[in-house]
Design a binder for this molecule. Structure first.
Ligand code: NAP
Length: 309
């Protein structure tokens, strides 16, 4: 019998209980699953931030912590966590992110706002956007989400660039890495999309110097994490050459009501909704990882604790 503890916000349990049971049954596991299992008897933790577990010391038998989120910054530095940590790579999450990123990129590329906000009887002829191939779009982070977004933007014929820690080769995407690569990927970029993890190395990737590299009227789209951007530097750049920032994630969430992003005419705030883990597809990933662990096979999507993602 495998004991699986679900630890996340209460509403997640409501969403996940049935899909997890279906996936575990399909995988042929013999298990108990619940939100209240004595710590010393737990074999696996299915984890998302907001649950009751912050000290992993009592989970002496646990073989792995299986995260439901792609981002692991809330748990990766937890020193009580000695068990292997896996993050979520889920087809549903990836598809959702591609849709959100492509949608917001096209909003700015096509200048949709001019018409959406201008239903006032004025015939605004003559606003012809350039074709996508004339726009440099850069995706910072070419992991599960960033590479899928870059490939789709390239399919739309954007002049697509990407940046990652290690060298990459993705058809249709000019891939950069390293410090020089960051500068090359940002120089003259019309639209920059952030899909990096939040780590010590990625904090303030967009700052006064790097924001200055973007094209006149350039746009920043951040569905990654708040700390990737120096907020003050972004506000300054928006008052000068930048055209817009669409921000889904923030250093403090919910974004405090008094934060200047809410009232800035060149900022769109969305409430961390770019993409959700989807319970059905994610449950299959969790079940597969438990099956692998029990069979002595390597876990999928293991987090590199030193790198922080
Ligand atoms: P991932 O597969 O781990 O990819 C991360 C990418 O960032 C990799 O390409 C990695 O390079 C690159 N990277 C990491 N550190 C770097 C550094 N110091 N310099 C340059 N590149 C660096 O992650 P993912 O699944 O694509 O998710 C990315 C992030 O999206 C998550 O961490 C999370 O914060 C965010 N997210 C947001 C939402 C939302 O709703 N807003 C939903 C899901 C995820 P290598 O390839 O060389 O390792």
């Amino acid at each position: 019998m495998i004991n699986i503890l679900f630890t996340a916000k209460h509403e997640r349990w409501v969403d996940y209980e049935a899909p997890l049971r279906a996936a575990f049954d399909k995988a042929g596991l013999t298990y108990t699953l619940g939100t209240d299992i004595p710590a010393e008897t737990v074999d696996y933790l299915v984890y998302a931030p907001g649950g009751t577990v912050s000290d992993f010391t009592p989970f002496t038998r646990a073989k792995a912590v299986l995260g439901l989120w792609a981002g692991v910054e809330a748990i990766v530095t937890n020193e009580t966590l000695t068990q292997p940590l896996c993050r979520m790579v889920d087809d549903g999450l990836t598809d959702g992110m591609v849709e959100w990123v492509v949608g917001h990129t096209l909003r700015h590329h096509l200048g949709m706002d001019a018409h959406i906000h201008g239903q006032d009887g004025i015939w605004r002829a003559g606003i012809v956007p350039p074709l996508a191939k004339a726009r440099k779009v850069t995706v910072l982070g070419l992991g599960a989400l960033g590479s899928a977004c870059a490939m789709q933007l390239s399919a739309l014929k954007f002049d697509t660039h990407g940046w990652s820690r290690s060298p990459k080769s993705i058809a249709g995407v000019r891939c950069h890495n390293g410090e020089e690569g960051l500068i090359d990927s940002l120089r003259g970029a019309d639209i920059v999309i952030l899909l990096l993890p939040s780590t010590a190395a990625t904090e303030n990737t967009l700052n006064v110097e790097t924001l200055a590299l973007l094209a006149q009227d350039g746009v920043v789209i951040n569905p990654g994490r708040g700390p990737l951007i120096d907020d003050e530097a972004l506000l300054l750049a928006l008052d000068h050459h930048l055209g817009h920032a669409t921000l889904d994630v923030f250093r403090v969430e919910p974004l405090p009501a008094e934060h200047p992003f809410w009232s800035h005419p060149k900022v769109t705030v969305t409430p961390h909704i770019a993409s959700e883990t989807r319970a059905d597809t994610a449950s299959d990933i969790i079940a597969e990882n438990i099956r692998r662990s029990e069979a002595g096979e390597p876990l999928l999507h293991l987090v590199d604790r030193e790198a922080g993602y």
